[in-house]
Ligand binder design. Structure first.
Ligand code: CIZ
Length: 311
């Protein structure tokens, strides 16, 4: 991508500072193109948290929303994890409250409580398992139970129930990502298909069922990227936050890849940009600071979840 001079200069400054600080930058698939381009690794939250385990650096700058930076901190307790703007939160994660968890534990003490990674870190510490959109169905199948509780995304809960045949209770009943619920809805899928007849839709499981029905593949951002060369050419429409399209076009420059809805923009993801990344590298602030006990418990829950999933 060719950037204006102002952006190019900032990119160079960030890269120099990164070297001086011996830091790595991890960027989520939904980040701005220029942030993806200065990052050492780009991926989904789990890929990035695992990548952090293998990097030879004392400082990690996390470009994404807060629960993701906290997951990296939980899995890497000895590293300094910087989150350039802690106001970059997740509306879906914030739909789950301690009261929801307390009540469901009282009402259904023996039903496994599974938290989607898009959830508050303190509440992950109270869950039985933590999943991503790529691992949710696999974990539920492997548990071998008739019923689970999945929080906080009702669409992911519905998708997991559809794929596994297990009863999946959504907690809370209304939890959703406003970008996927409203802007990757059936209306926008039909609108895109009328503009690009015959295009193949690859969609995220946070989208509602009636939108998913029009897709050839459903998956997490990393699964969507993998599916692109497998769906048979022609125009491919990515039904998720628009940032994934930049990554996809970089990976597959010869394919015709478009965002299903170009206005599906997560403004929280876009709160991270070159200026605040540069500032955080200069000041080594803001750091992810959560109680050691919470981070330790979250690490245990994530490790147990990975053990069950069998990776
Ligand atoms: O786990 C992630 O990174 C999220 C929130 C979505 C995805 O599918 O990658």
């Amino acid at each position: 991508m060719s950037y204006p001079n102002y952006v190019r200069k900032l990119m160079e400054e960030v890269l120099k500072l990164k070297e001086r600080r011996k830091a790595v930058i991890l960027a989520h698939n939904y980040q701005l193109p220029e942030v993806q381009d200065v990052a050492d690794f780009v991926g989904d939250s789990l890929e990035l948290a695992r990548k952090a385990l293998t990097v030879d650096a004392d400082v990690i700058v996390f470009a994404g929303v807060s629960f993701m930076a906290e997951m990296v901190a939980a899995l890497n307790p000895d590293k300094v994890v910087l989150h350039p703007d802690p106001r970059a939160r997740c509306l879906l994660a914030d739909m789950l409250t301690p009261e929801h968890v307390r009540r469901v534990r009282e009402e259904s003490p023996n039903t496994p409580l599974i938290l989607y990674v898009n959830s508050p870190t303190e509440l992950k510490a109270l869950a039985d398992y933590v999943v991503t959109s790529s691992s949710a169905a696999k974990l539920v199948s492997k548990l071998g139970v008739d019923e689970v509780i999945l929080a906080p995304d009702k669409n992911l809960a519905d998708y997991v129930a559809q794929v596994t045949g297990v009863k999946v209770k959504a907690l809370p009943k209304y939890g959703h990502c406003p970008i996927h619920e409203n802007l990757i809805s059936r209306y926008y899928v039909e609108k895109a298909l009328s503009k690009y007849p015959g295009a193949k839709v690859i969609i995220h499981p946070e989208a509602p069922r009636d939108a998913r029905e029009l897709a050839v593949r459903v998956g997490s951002t990393s699964q969507m990227l993998k599916a692109i060369p497998e769906v048979g050419g022609g125009t491919i429409l990515l039904g998720t936050e628009e940032g994934l399209t930049y990554r996809a076009r970089k990976l597959y420059p010869n394919l015709d890849i478009k965002p299903l809805n170009p206005i599906a923009v997560c403004t929280d993801m876009k709160k991270i940009h070159l200026l605040n990344i540069k500032e955080s590298l200069e000041k080594l602030r803001p750091r992810v600071e959560l109680s050691r006990d919470v981070l330790k418990r979250v690490k245990e829950v994530i490790e147990e979840s990975l053990r069950v999933i069998g990776k």
